[in-house]
Design a protein around this ligand. Structure first.
Ligand SMILES: Cc1cc2nc3c(=O)[nH]c(=O)nc-3n(C[C@H](O)[C@H](O)[C@H](O)COP(=O)(O)OP(=O)(O)OC[C@H]3O[C@@H](n4cnc5c(N)ncnc54)[C@H](O)[C@@H]3O)c2cc1C
Length: 512
């Protein structure tokens, strides 16, 4: 079986952006630019920024209608909803260029957005209508050291794993091929090996960051320690990160398992997930999974899949013993390398519109199964939505994964106690813009309703992970209040002009 048959993807037609034909001079002169849904006027501040950028950087600036504009504003985005029409795109080739651009953007008071791998899936999180898009794709160099790797924000995780394979080492990053390094690392980072090494953010030893006034700072445990802490989960609230230095670990081989189950065995599947979340060993074998349930509202067919990865070569992989007991329609175990495994787990861009929604709870398998049943019944209610592609995803949070931050002398902004948790996420794909509001309302109401039942039962956690959240969710409400206050103080210290709250408003913002 090909992994792509299991991964939550849909063979949709790519969306063709029919946008813009404004030239550099037209944008600079204050023209309207055409977008797929109408026209928009470029503001004085945006004209100021685009004009100054092109004067200073020439070929690193792209205007609507020019070659590569569509590649930067459409083809680089995972979700069709994220395609927007910036007045100009800046593609810096050095950190100094990012610093120069931030000075210009700040002095012009122009709205802007920043894109790394382009996987955050809602409009405005990583793209912008009318403003400046800072696209980091050209900052894609890396340097491998003995037990760290320096990576630019233009790389995706497959490229990082590939760079490390000749050295028999692995970093803690994304589980699918084309997810970007920067977005995932700045929000936390669920990887297969969280149970042993913590989250991607816990494995960053240094951030090179350009602040809103164009100053370049290197934040480490010893230097700018407050900013170093705030970047561990603080998302895009502090600056543009131009280099991450990540810890690496000796992982020459991994053992993988692909398992699928029919609906009869969903209670056992969910129970095995809950038991896995509770495992709390002092020195665990690194292992984790992607766990997904798919339901087709037309055929009424449901199936669950486990994509598991464990460090080392051990067939069958010992850490999935609970799953191996469940009768499976397919079970394939293999010994391979991290880059070969992740090469197969593509998440192609521009396939569909997607709404994420999730909540977190204590791992209670009976309740989780009832959430599955409620979700399936609710999916039937929207079965007429064109191109509907609903999946339910489970992500475990093990106590050992949280203990890493508690014991490394740094911590992170999540501030979670080392107790087992389970994230239940609805990922809903659909085809047409006219269904955007309907799918969002459906997903939100269902999620909030089921969470309120968990709150009544005392099973709910208020933790919200930015990578699994819908745009209607506020992850900062789930962080300890003292952490949020400290994050705000650090933001004030490093971004006096409010560049990353006023001018870059997309993504998950800290608020005031
Ligand atoms: C198919 C799919 C699979 C996923 N799988 C996983 C997974 O296995 N594990 C996991 O933890 N998450 C996963 N996610 C969530 C993912 O981590 C987030 O969407 C993440 O933001 C993607 O990173 P990116 O660089 O591609 O993001 P982008 O969309 O480029 O950026 C995300 C946010 O970060 C900001 N940003 C980007 N680069 C920088 C920078 N250099 N400095 C400052 N801000 C910046 C952007 O402005 C934006 O607000 C998945 C998402 C999808 C759609």
């Amino acid at each position: 079986m090909k992994l792509s048959n299991i991964a939550p993807v849909l063979p949709f037609l790519a969306f063709g952006c029919d946008a813009s034909s404004a030239s550099a001079s037209a944008v600079s002169a204050g023209a309207f630019i055409s977008t797929p849904t109408g026209t928009l006027k470029v503001t004085k501040a945006e004209r100021c920024a685009c004009k100054a950028l092109v004067e200073k950087f020439q070929k690193e600036v792209i205007f609507p209608g020019e070659a590569n504009y569509t590649e930067q504003t459409v083809d680089s985005y995972w979700d069709v909803r994220a395609d927007l029409t910036p007045a100009c795109v800046f593609v810096p080739e050095t950190a100094d260029a990012v610093a120069g651009a931030m000075k210009i953007i700040n002095s012009c008071d122009a709205q802007f957005a920043v894109r790394g791998g382009g996987h955050m899936n809602y409009p405005g999180s990583n793209n912008i209508d009318g403003g400046v898009l800072v696209a980091l794709s050209s900052l894609n160099s890396y340097t491998v050291h003995n037990d760290t790797i320096e990576v630019g924000p233009g790389l995706n995780w497959y490229e990082v794993y590939e760079a490390l394979t000749p050295y028999g080492r692995a970093a803690i990053g994304g589980r699918m091929k084309t997810i970007g390094v920067p977005g995932l690392t700045l929000i936390g980072g669920f990887h297969y090996f969280n149970n042993k090494y913590g989250y991607a953010m816990d494995n960053v030893v240094s951030y090179d960051i350009v602040l809103g006034n164009g100053t370049q700072v290197t934040a480490t445990k010893a230097s700018h320690a407050d900013l170093f802490w705030a970047l561990k989960g603080g998302a895009n609230n502090y600056g543009v990160v131009t280099k991450f230095t990540l810890k690496t670990y000796s992982v020459p081989k991994v053992t993988t398992t692909i398992q699928t189950y029919n609906e009869t065995y969903f209670p056992q599947f969910i129970d095995a997930m809950c038991e896995s979340a509770k495992v709390d060993e002092a020195n665990p074998i690194a292992a984790g999974m992607i766990a997904t349930i798919s339901y087709n509202a037309t055929t009424k067919a449901a199936s669950a899949s486990l994509l598991g990865v464990q460090e080392g070569a051990s067939l069958p992989p010992s850490q999935f013993a609970n799953f191996n007991k469940i009768p499976a329609t397919e079970r394939i175990n293999n010994v391979t390398t991290m880059n070969l495994w992740s090469a197969e787990l593509d998440s192609p861009k521009q396939m569909f519109r997607v709404m994420f929604s999730h909540k977190t709870m204590k791992p209670d398998s009976k309740t989780l199964f009832s959430i599955y049943q409620a979700w399936k019944a609710a999916v039937d209610e929207i079965s007429d939505v064109e191109g509907l592609y609903p999946t339910m995803v489970l992500n475990e949070i093990t106590p050992s994964s949280l203990r890493v931050a508690q014991t490394n002398g740094v911590g992170n902004v999540w501030g979670l106690e080392p107790e087992p948790l389970m994230i239940w996420q609805f990922s809903t794909g659909w085809a047409l813009a006219q269904d955007d509001l309907r799918v969002e309302a459906w997903s939100r109401q269902l999620t909030e309703h089921l969470h309120s039942i968990n709150q009544e039962k005392g099973l709910a956690s208020e933790f919200v992970y930015m990578g699994d959240a819908g745009e209607w969710q506020d992850p900062f409400l789930g962080f300890p209040q003292e952490n949020v206050e400290r994050m705000r103080e650090i933001r004030t210290a490093y971004d006096l002009d409010g560049v990353f709250s006023r001018l870059s408003w997309g993504g998950f913002k800290l608020g005031f």
